[in-house]
Design a binder for this molecule. Structure first.
Ligand SMILES: Cc1cc2nc3c(=O)[nH]c(=O)nc-3n(C[C@H](O)[C@H](O)[C@H](O)COP(=O)(O)O)c2cc1C
Length: 435
């Protein structure tokens, strides 16, 4: 079983996580906070530390500023620092292919791979919010299909740039004065729909050949891209094991259809555990999260994902919106809300609560380990991307209490099997296209 540890909001997975007991909001821009997280995750044998990212402050609604953690360090700068204070864990962060240029990204990732001795990774996202568009010269986000075409070309260019130098291109020969061998340098000369990149890249081929490529797109276009290019996907399976198995099979089938070994596309459902000594204690923690979330924030969060304003709707009255029009934003979250709303007649508060209960798995260490084991052995997951409800408490509890249970069940060793991120994920090292 592969485990990853992610940070979306610095305080944990929920908008209100920063208010939970043990949260340390004054440390969210402090490298020591992330160093501690990395070291705890390493104690648990986690293959990947993943920093999620967005390129905006969530100010569409005033509640976003009042109540939400809108500050974060630029993730690759942070990972550069973490590469020096961690030893084994893979270091990955989100890259928007809509608001970056491939040359920048290829260079940054290759640098991190050198700084960390082969532990770099990137999570390709296409960026869904208009707020992001407004920071990069656009009035609105690009169309979903265009974003994904751009992402595919982006990945192709980055992979090409990483192959600029053959592994034995450098001679460092002081005597003759030859630093490098020009015959071992390759110019990309890429001209496509979105990018024109001559190359070559001004850094050697990364230690891993290519830093590990993660993705989390859930739509048809997102899955198609993952099947063609991703080495690990983070999924949101929406609940039952059957759905998770179907999703797992879908990704594996897509990899095979692209002529790839399906085992080289790892499927890692996102999992947000809440660990309690008893089931009751875990459930009460969920109630606590709910009680720490102001109503106006819950309403605005729903408005954001539904892309229409629900804030004037009373929390305790029936909520039955028309959700038949597809969104240009995050389709998967929209779909989840649509499913909840379609399951019966609910008030807004009840819809909110149902979404909260779907997002977290609350239970004893035993129950959480059983749940994970069932999915892992039942062909529904190669591992999990853990999004803790609170940091640092959630990750510490998981490592102390759940990891031993997983070990006991023989599904997780908790040990690093190799030196590089790829080796620890069970992925092969790609050779250069010129090899
Ligand atoms: C575990 C996980 C992590 C994600 N991290 C990010 C992120 O850091 N930044 C981002 O913009 N989107 C992130 N997403 C959203 C996805 O990249 C994707 O946009 C979303 O699932 C919608 O899918 P679609 O683009 O195929 O419609 C994440 C999703 C999941 C499940």
């Amino acid at each position: 079983m592969i485990l990853g540890a992610m940070i979306f909001y610095p305080g944990g997975e929920h908008l209100a996580s920063w208010r939970l007991p043990g949260a340390q909001p004054e440390r969210y821009l402090d490298v020591g906070y992330y160093r501690d997280f990395a070291r705890t995750a390493e104690r648990g044998g986690f293959a990947t530390l993943f920093i999620a990212d967005e390129l905006y402050v969530w100010d569409r609604f005033a509640s976003g500023i009042d109540h939400v953690v809108n500050i974060r360090t630029e993730p690759f700068t942070l990972l550069g620092a973490l590469s020096q204070v961690s030893e084994q864990i893979g270091l990955a962060a989100t890259v928007s292919t809509t608001y970056n240029e491939p040359y920048h990204v290829a260079r940054k990732l290759a640098s991190l791979d050198f700084l960390s001795s082969g532990r770099a990774g990137w999570n390709v996202v296409t960026s869904a919010s208009d707020e992001e568009a407004w920071n990069f010269g656009r009035d609105a986000n690009l169309d979903h299909a265009v974003r994904y075409r751009r992402a595919a070309e982006f990945i192709d260019v980055v992979n090409g740039l990483w192959d600029s130098w053959d592994d034995d291109a450098f001679r460092y020969d002081k005597e003759s004065g030859y630093f490098a061998d020009a015959s071992k340098l390759h110019r990309l000369d890429h001209r496509g729909e979105f990018f024109t990149v001559r190359g070559p890249l001004n850094i050697a081929r990364p230690p891993q050949g290519r830093p590990v490529l993660f993705q989390a797109g859930a739509s048809e276009a997102g899955r198609a891209l993952a099947g063609a290019t991703a080495e690990a996907v983070f999924t949101l399976d929406g609940g039952g094991i059957r759905g998770a198995q179907a999703l797992y099979d879908d990704y594996k089938r897509r990899a095979a259809a692209n002529g790839r070994n399906p085992d080289h596309l790892k499927v890692l459902p996102a999992l947000s555990p809440i660990v309690g000594e008893t089931q009751r204690e875990a459930d009460e923690y969920l109630d606590l999260i709910e009680s720490l979330t102001p109503d106006r924030l819950s309403l605005d969060w729903l408005s954001h994902y539904l892309h229409f304003d629900v804030s004037s709707h009373p929390m305790d009255e029936k909520f039955q919106p028309d959700l038949s029009v597809p969104t240009n934003q995050v389709k998967s979250v929209y779909e989840q809300i649509r499913r909840v709303v379609g399951e019966g007649t609910f008030t807004l508060r009840e819809v909110n609560r149902a979404m909260l209960r779907r997002r977290f798995l609350a239970g004893t260490p035993d129950r959480i380990a059983d749940w994970m084991t069932e999915r892992f052995t039942g062909g529904a997951a190669d591992g999990f991307m853990l999004a803790f409800s609170s940091i640092p408490v959630g990750v510490e509890q998981f490592v102390e209490l759940v990891v031993p249970e997983l070990r006991k069940r023989g599904v997780y060793t908790g040990e690093y099997r190799g030196a590089t991120h790829r080796e620890n994920l069970g992925l092969p090292e790609p050779s250069s296209r010129y090899a």
